[in-house]
Structures are given as C-alpha cells and as structure tokens.
Design a protein around this ligand. Structure first.
Ligand SMILES: [Fe+2]
Length: 311
C-alpha cells in the first residue's frame, strides 16, 4: 500500500494538482490529507472540491478550518479569512465542518494516526524549537539544506528528555501531522513521525516547490519517500493578482507572496510590526482596522530585514 500524505494546502490549487498527479504517477493508492485546506491562496473552494473527489482519501481538520467559521467582520486583519469563507459552496462548507480532528486506522498490521498538529502526539517537542517564526533565526544564512534540517530535527528530538518520556507511553505506529509547514520524518524505535510539509506554503527556509510524502507499507514494514515538485512561483503570484482575493485582501496576499519567494515565515513578523505600529498611532482596535493594517504594511514593506526586528 502506498499513501500520498499531503498537508497545509492553504488554497493553493496549482500546487495540489501537481502533487496529486505526481503521487498517482508514482503509484499512490490512497491520499491522506492532514488539514489547512483554505486561506492564503485564493482557490480554497476548488481545493475542497478536489479533496472531496479524491479516492480513496482520509482527511482531518486543520486550524484554518476553524477560522473559516468566524462571522465576517469589518477589520483588515481577517479580510482574507472572510473572503475565503465567502467563496466556499454550502456543500464544501458542510464537508469541512464534518471533518474529524483525528483519524486512526491500521494497514498491514501497522497502526496509523493522523491529526493536524504534532502537539497532540508529542507535545511541544517539534513546535517549540521549530516554530516557523524561529526558523529564520535558526537558519539565518540562507536556504537550509533539507538533509541538514532532518538531522537538526532528529538531534533536537533525541536530546529532549520529555520527548523520550512521551515515546515510552505512545503506542507503536506511524504518526502523521502537518501544521508547522516543514517537511520532515524521523524514526525512533517503533515510532515513525511524518510531517509532509506544506503543499501550498512551504516555510522551512529551504527550497520552494510543493512538498508531500509517500509512505509505503509492505509486509508490515514502512518506507518513506519525501517529494517536492518544483513550479514557477512568479507565475503563481501573477495568477493570484488576477483574483478577487488580491483586491479584497491585498496586504495578506502581499505577505504571502513574500513567504512564497523566501520559503520563510513573514505573517507573524508582520503581525508584530502591525501591533507596534497601532500602539504608536494610538489605535486600540483589534483585529486591526483596515487603514491601520494597510499603513502598517506600507511601513513594514520598507524594512530591509524584518526577521531581525526585535519581538
Ligand atoms: Fe497551515
């Protein structure tokens, strides 16, 4: 059995289509989708329609699926979320609302567990050291080599006594999650952890492209192949600029363009700047008012190295 594991698509339909075509070409029998299907790129509704017709497939809910339930507001900060939610068909919204937080199943004697965040399985062992806002500081010298990232994650987990304590009580099996937007996998004894990275918005300070991971189970043995499908990010950005999202949520779209261009977190750094800016002009409204949100962005866009700004 060969599973194609895909996560954090974030409305990026072109990336999803590339990944699904590659997975089928490489003999995948089933898809596992680990959450965050909409918001950031403008094709969330089309992504959900694609997932609903993928076969066979299992899907869990991500944190973005919960954000889509927010009632629409008049702020600038969540304009992209309101826009994404407004584009969902009633059927696709119901389908998202019905998604489980977690799925557990067995294949060829191997127990497989999938949820959106690794915190459910291993607490903060991944999230604390490898938060997307810390990675640009952890790897300040340009793109990190993927093998170096894998080794860094393995060594960091291995040196964490709390992680080893968790392993003692965690049943043997394969643990699948996304959320951190970094592709990695690691084996510790009879536990295999797989994060396929973010198909639509990779942030691990490495190469651009659409990552996903193939998991093959044969005679009770697991093997992993990490894939990353290259494509033209400037063509993607040009496509997004032609959509209504760009008009409805220009600031968010521009910040996402930066993330695509650098494969690094920018949203959190911009939010920190917006907070400082709003305090400076005495605007206490949160979420941020449209004018404050826009003006904070114009100022932030001029900062040469926003990752190095003090929190
Ligand atoms: Fe995500």
């Amino acid at each position: 059995m060969k599973y194609a594991i895909v996560s954090d698509i974030h409305g990026n339909l072109p990336a999803l289509e590339l990944v699904m075509a590659d997975a089928l070409q490489r003999g995948a029998n089933a898809f596992l989708f680990a959450g965050d299907y909409c918001t950031s790129a403008p094709w969330g509704d089309e992504v959900v329609s694609t997932l609903r017709t993928a076969f066979p497939a299992l899907c869990v809910r991500g944190n973005e699926e919960n954000h889509l339930r927010m009632p629409p507001g008049t702020d600038g900060q969540f304009a992209v979320t309101y826009w994404s939610a407004s584009k969902l068909s009633a059927e696709n919204r119901s389908w998202l609302d019905a998604l489980p937080e977690r799925v557990n199943f067995t294949c060829d004697g191997v127990a497989i567990h999938m949820t959106h965040s690794s915190a459910v399985f291993i607490g903060n062992a991944e999230h604390e050291p490898f938060r997307t806002s810390l990675l640009p500081l952890r790897y300040p010298d340009g793109p990190v080599n993927h093998e170096d990232l894998l080794q860094d994650i393995y060594r960091t987990l291995d040196a964490n006594p709390a992680f080893h304590e968790t392993l003692r009580t965690l049943p043997a099996g394969v643990y699948i999650f996304g959320h951190s937007h970094s592709q990695w996998h690691a084996r510790f004894g009879n536990h295999l952890f797989i994060n396929p990275g973010s198909c639509g918005l990779p942030l691990e300070c490495g190469a651009f492209g659409a990552p996903y991971t193939l998991l093959t189970i044969e005679n009770g043995q697991c093997s992993v192949e990490e894939r990353r499908i290259p494509y033209d990010r400037e063509a993607l950005i040009a496509q997004v600029k032609q959509t209504d999202q760009y008009n409805a949520a220009r600031v968010w779209s521009e910040v996402i363009f930066r993330e695509w261009r650098t494969c690094r977190e920018h949203v959190i750094f911009f939010l920190r700047h917006a907070e400082k800016y709003a305090r400076r002009i005495g605007d206490e409204r949160r979420p941020f008012a449209p004018d404050t949100w826009e003006a904070a962005y114009e100022e932030w866009a001029e900062i040469e190295n926003p990752h190095m700004e003090a929190p």
